[in-house]
Design a protein around this ligand. Structure first.
Ligand code: NAP
Length: 482
């Protein structure tokens, strides 16, 4: 087993004040890989104090100096990227290709934000008279708390540290208890890159135990969290006590639409990616498949064949790795059983994989189901795994209505050659992202955001950077008589 992982508070690697640790399992084997600190409220308070005491100096150092630290961290991450890829494979169960892609994403994001340091601008606005001006400039919130999920444990850390640090905020990072190691590895690279003491802190521990304390701390200016809708709602409630700003990137329920004139091979390729990337554990995963009735049978048959052909198992030699934990696998079994109970048909998969090749790992078969009702749980709740339901549609208005019929509103996909339909859908679809004739994921220069229960605000692009800054107004009068 690897050595115990520490927290990083006020420039030091430290143990929990309680002396307690938690276990991190490898989802491919179900075995413990390492222990990490079960942080306490006291640890949270120490980390927030350190961030509060350090941010003004960090801000005063200027955005170019901050960007130099980020460039150095970027260089170190790039040089040692194999270590991070290994962590992603063992702690998350990613197949090597996906681990590499995630590290590419980390580098891409840090590069984008390091470059952005020279592009932060305010405005000079005319006042009510000619000698009056209003200077609108952007200032940091101070202490930013970054709470990250387990599905992209390195990518989500980069997505939050990049804009928070470049804009002059200090950070308290709280990673998922399912994947704390990638966060610690990235923090270590910022430490080696010379991030000043107190500016970046890492606290680990169960969100259910320390989360409320983090979210309701009065010195926290902004909480940026990616995770489930229920946790996001709780954080928002707690943050309200101090009016701390929240950026919440929550669940998704993406419709994947294959219209009658779609290029079927490219739609199939994109759907294999959109459903099975990261074992279906992605917020932009295809969660509902709507196929035009003219091509329904052809498309579903081909997708079923491709799903059956996927090799599932040990990430080193597979197309699809394990799910994150046993609760996630049980969830798949529940969705499938409920769908069968409602009269749906399982076309492919539908079972947990166990036995010699799977050990104690959390493996589930790629699963395709049809005969689904729009109101069923499978079409309304976030599945977050390799199970997909399909439904036939024939009318454009019905297709748009069904696609929009979700409490979540993050990603959506449309495959068609009809340019009119592309524009009509772009207008009508109520999702933060619509991918037309292409797969994801989102780009750093795009603004990743969602409607409805998917959350508040967004990340990426100039709009995402501005989420980490507050607009301040200074009024001047430079006339001779005041
Ligand atoms: P989760 O259970 O909500 O956990 C997310 C983070 O919140 C973890 O660090 C967790 O810590 C922490 N947490 C738990 N309870 C908390 C509390 N009361 N106060 C403060 N923090 C608390 O979500 P997950 O299972 O890790 O992630 C999967 C979800 O993330 C899915 O719904 C997915 O759609 C969503 N997601 C969304 C996006 C997006 O961009 N919209 C991207 C990726 C994932 P512990 O691990 O210690 O409990």
């Amino acid at each position: 087993m690897e050595r115990d992982m520490m927290m990083y508070i006020r420039g030091k690697w430290v143990k929990s004040s309680s002396g307690k640790t938690l276990e991190k399992l490898n989802p491919s084997t179900g075995r413990t890989i390492r222990r990490f600190q079960a942080g306490t409220r006291e640890d949270v308070a120490r980390a927030i104090d350190a961030a509060q005491e350090s941010w003004e100096k960090w801000y005063a150092s200027g955005s170019v100096a901050r960007s130099k630290v980020m460039y150095r961290a970027l260089g170190l991450i790039s040089k040692h990227r194999n270590e991070l890829e290994r962590i992603l494979i063992t702690e998350n169960g990613k197949i090597p290709k996906e681990a590499r892609e995630e590290v590419d994403g980390v580098l891409d994001q840090l590069q984008y934000y390091a470059e952005f340091a020279r592009k932060i601008t305010g405005d000079l606005v005319e006042g009510d008279t000619n000698s009056r001006k209003i200077l609108q400039y952007l200032v940091p919130y101070g202490v930013v708390v970054a709470i990250t999920p387990w599905n992209f444990p390195a990518g989500m850390v980069a997505r939050k540290l990049g804009p928070a640090l470049i804009t002059g905020n200090s950070v308290v990072l709280k990673p998922s208890s399912d994947t704390p190691s990638s966060a610690a590895w990235i923090v270590d690279k910022f430490v080696q890159a010379g991030i000043p003491k107190g500016v970046l802190n890492l606290v680990t521990g169960k969100g259910s135990e320390i989360g409320d304390h983090i979210a309701s701390h009065r010195d926290v200016g902004l909480i940026t969290m990616t995770g489930s809708t229920s946790t996001g709602q709780r954080i928002m409630e707690k943050a309200a006590s101090n009016m701390s700003k929240v950026i919440l990137e929550l669940g998704g329920k993406a419709p994947f639409i294959v219209w009658k004139d779609a290029d079927l091979p490219s739609a199939l390729k994109a759907l294999v990616w959109a459903k099975y990337w990261n074992t279906g554990q992605s917020c932009i995963a295809a969660e509902r498949l709507y196929i035009h009735e003219d091509v329904y049978n052809t498309f579903i048959k081909k997708f079923a064949e491709l799903s059956k052909r996927l090799r599932v198992g040990n990430p080193a030699h597979s197309d699809m790795g394990p799910m994150i934990n046993s609760a996630a696998v049980s969830n798949m079994a529940r969705f499938v059983q409920d769908a069968i109970g409602d009269g749906a048909r399982v076309l492919v998969g539908g079972k947990r994989l166990s036995g010699k090749n799977f050990g104690e790992g959390y493996f589930y078969q790629p699963t395709l189901i049809d005969g689904i009702d729009q109101k069923s749980e499978l079409f309304q709740e976030e599945v977050f795994g390799p199970v997909l339901g399909a439904m036939g549609v024939s009318d454009e208005e019905e297709m748009i209505r069904l696609a929009n019929d979700s409490r979540y509103g993050l990603a959506s996909y449309l495959f068609t050659k009809d340019h009119g339909l592309m524009f009509r859908a772009a207008e009508a679809v109520r999702f933060g992202e619509l991918y037309i004739n292409m797969q994801g994921p989102e780009s750093t220069q795009g603004y990743h955001t969602g409607f409805r229960l998917t959350g508040q605000s967004g990340e990426g692009s100039k709009h995402g950077v501005s989420e980490y800054l507050k607009l301040k107004n200074v009024y001047f009068d430079y006339s001779k008589h005041g």
